[in-house]
Write a protein that binds this ligand. Structure first.
Ligand code: PMP
Length: 352
């Protein structure tokens, strides 16, 4: 090792799902929304003026923050926005997890948590989910440096009851509990309603899934004003202009169309339930997904084998070769047509 390498911050990075360049594939591997963003987003995009790009964007992201505050019934000083929820979560780890005690998150969850903990040298412990892939409340009601829970969880899609989340938040008044609600619009009950009661609760959501804007990179956190101020202090110590002009305009435009948002959710949830039933008919075991993906295992065909067979058909899903979940495929809910292509191939394969 060269001398200088001793001083390098060495990390094992998060590996995102594949983004294949070719067209014509059925992409069910990164939980994107198969439907376009609200029509007002396209209009706002057309109205963007190149001339405006001379100027820095509003560092307070006020247009988007105001729209989010109105949508969620909170004050503007309770909203923090970032470049996707990954950015918000990464800053929240940096801001809130500076104690000596380990932070807690489940053994099976969004694998980025471990990466941020390692990046920032935050000690952590991962209590195992129970045999049904549910969190055990007791594991999170003990001394720790903070807690991160994805609800619904990834990649299982299972949601914990709000009462469980509340008890965990209530039992940990000395540390921050982050609830990552990337998939909450597809099921489960949001913890946003608990914010007035708990100063240690930070709820993080995203435009990437339910609002069909993964490419625009918008995430946000909601919490009491003190938490938001601390997040802002760290953000302004890092990069003042995280949200570009287009994100501010297009994000606000997406929030303006609640009816479209609800229709899109209904379609995806309807497809999810239908596909789950069809997979079960083929012998798959499917967890009770409250998200825009289905976590499914087949008793005869291995997940690795199915993953490869589907890929040869240009159908991309996700397989995690990790302890306890290597038998499962995570299948994003696409359009009805896409899911029909998936099912008809699986029918042929399984019933051969
Ligand atoms: N949290 C969870 C649980 C996720 O699955 C994802 C998507 N990979 C994210 C956060 C981050 O999403 P984004 O940065 O696109 O908002």
């Amino acid at each position: 090792m060269a001398n200088w390498e001793q001083n390098v911050r060495k990390v094992t990075p998060y590996v995102p799902g594949e983004q294949p360049a070719q067209s014509g594939i059925i992409k069910l591997n990164t939980n994107e929304n198969p439907y376009p963003p609200a029509p007002g987003v396209a209009k706002a995009l057309q109205e963007l003026e190149a001339e405006r790009l001379r100027l820095y964007p509003d560092p307070t992201a006020s247009e988007l923050t105001k729209a989010l505050a109105a949508r969620y019934g909170v004050n503007e000083n309770q909203v923090f926005v970032g470049v996707g929820s990954d950015d918000v979560l990464a800053l929240a780890f940096l801001t809130f997890f500076n104690g000596a005690e380990p932070i807690l998150f489940p053994d099976i969850t969004y694998s980025f948590y471990e990466v941020w903990a390692n990046l920032y040298r935050i000690p952590y412990r991962c209590p195992p989910l129970d045999e049904h892939f549910c969190i055990r409340k007791e594991d999170y009601c003990q001394a720790c440096g903070g807690i991160v829970l994805a609800n619904p969880n990834a990649p299982t899609g299972l949601a914990a009851d709000l009462s469980v989340i509340e008890e965990i938040v209530r039992s940990n008044p000395k540390v921050i509990v982050i609830v990552d609600e990337a998939y909450i619009d597809f099921g489960g009950t949001s913890a946003v309603s608990l914010i007035p009661s708990y100063e240690n609760l930070l709820v993080v959501q995203t435009f990437s899934k339910s609002r069909s804007m993964a490419g625009m990179r918008i995430g946000y956190a909601l919490g009491q004003p003190a938490l938001i101020r601390y997040l802002q202090d760290v953000k302004y110590s890092f990069n003042s202009y995280t949200m570009d002009l287009s994100a501010l305009k297009l994000g606000a435009a997406a929030l303006a169309d609640e009816a479209y948002f609800q229709q899109t959710l209904e379609k995806i949830i309807g497809t999810r339930e239908r596909v789950k039933g069809a997979l079960q008919e083929l012998g798959f075991v499917c967890l009770d997904s409250q998200s825009n993906f289905i976590f499914a295992a087949h008793p005869v065909f291995s997940a690795a084998e199915l993953f490869e067979a589907l890929k040869r058909q240009q159908i991309y899903v996700r397989h995690f070769d990790r302890p306890r979940i290597s038998d499962y495929l995570r299948i994003t809910v696409g359009t009805e047509e896409e899911m029909e292509r998936l099912l008809s191939f699986l029918r042929q394969l399984v019933q051969r």
